[in-house]
Design a protein around this ligand. Structure first.
Ligand code: SAM
Length: 291
């Protein structure tokens, strides 16, 4: 990858324009920043994933900048057009159909191509279904894994889920409504019916719904209520909670080790074997020694 440096510091101002990567609403058209509207109005060019789709937003805010389509099939050609405009000192905006461009949306190659010319790329943050869903899921958000869209076929999907079966982090997936039930069924098989999960559906829209339950119960809810299979959704699965070993299991491992080894070594080995914390193993060892 080519090294790249960009700073907004006025002492290092570039003579080229800036590519602004602009987040747009994920449903409610009011969810757009004043800065985003201003930059879209003043951009010489807007590269939009689907120009017809974005027109509703642009009309709402009376944005009349020239719009060109930017999607995976036209990436290279559009990148050349965008770079020419930027090299002429004009600003360009990149938007997707909803949310933050590049988050399971096109734009990665364009950003790379523009940066390869040492042209500034600047973010205009705003909505993303990922952050919106996490913020209301009630699941831990200190560490999470965003895994985007799962494969559409069950075998490949199951294989992908198995990779993350033991991850302790909250897992976040984007899913298409017609695949939601099959996806939840595979999740219940891989993670177990008791694992807690959340469906965050139609966020910021009229039928916004957030359902949290165990995977087994979620599968049933979605199976009987067809409305849950409509609209856009994010599926979040709670991370695997480390199980602490039972007292009996710890003693079974510790007893023979304590017979053969000094206490410190026996504790260290038992902690490695069981995955239990050393403090807990040490206390158990002392209890055994004390009879
Ligand atoms: N770039 C977008 C973002 O930042 O959220 C995501 C684009 S991705 C192609 C579209 C997926 O995002 C949908 O299939 C759905 O999983 C999720 N999504 C988008 N809007 C949503 C909404 N209003 N409520 C729930 N999920 C949504």
């Amino acid at each position: 990858m080519i090294p790249y440096f960009y700073t907004n510091d006025s002492h290092h101002k570039s003579t080229s324009g800036t590519l602004y990567v602009i987040a747009t609403p994920i449903g409610n058209l009011a969810d757009i920043s004043a800065r985003a509207i201003d930059l879209l109005r003043h951009a010489s060019l807007i590269a939009a994933e689907d120009t017809r789709h974005s027109q509703r937003l642009l009309n709402r805010y009376n944005i009349q900048s020239r719009c060109i389509p930017y999607h995976e099939h036209s990436e290279e050609k559009t990148a050349q057009t965008v770079i020419k405009v930027l090299q002429n000192g004009k600003d360009v905006a990149l938007i997707s159909d909803a949310g933050t461009p590049l988050i399971s949306d096109p734009g990665y190659r364009l950003v790379q191509a523009v940066q390869a010319q040492q042209i500034p790329v600047s973010p205009v943050p705003g909505p993303s279904a990922l952050a919106a869903a996490l913020s209301v899921s009630g699941l831990p958000t200190d560490a999470f894994l965003f895994l985007g869209f799962l494969p559409s076929k069950s075998a490949a999907r199951t294989e992908r889920l198995e990779r993350y079966q033991n991850a302790p982090h909250t897992l976040v997936f984007y899913e298409a409504p017609h695949r939601l039930l099959a996806c939840l069924e595979d999740m219940a098989t891989v993670f177990g019916v008791q694992r807690v999960a959340v469906i965050a559906r139609e966020l910021t829209k009229q039928y916004e719904t957030v359902v949290r339950d165990q995977l087994g119960a979620l599968v049933e809810k979605v199976r009987v209520d067809h409305n849950q299979q409509r609209g856009e959704c994010v599926v979040l699965v709670s991370g695997k909670v480390a199980e602490s070993v039972s007292e009996a299991e710890l003693n079974r491992v510790l007893l023979p080790l304590l017979d053969e080894l000094p206490l410190k070594q026996a504790v260290a080995l038992a902690a490695r074997i069981t995955g239990e914390k050393k403090n807990a193993v040490y206390s158990a060892a002392l209890a055994i020694k004390a009879g």
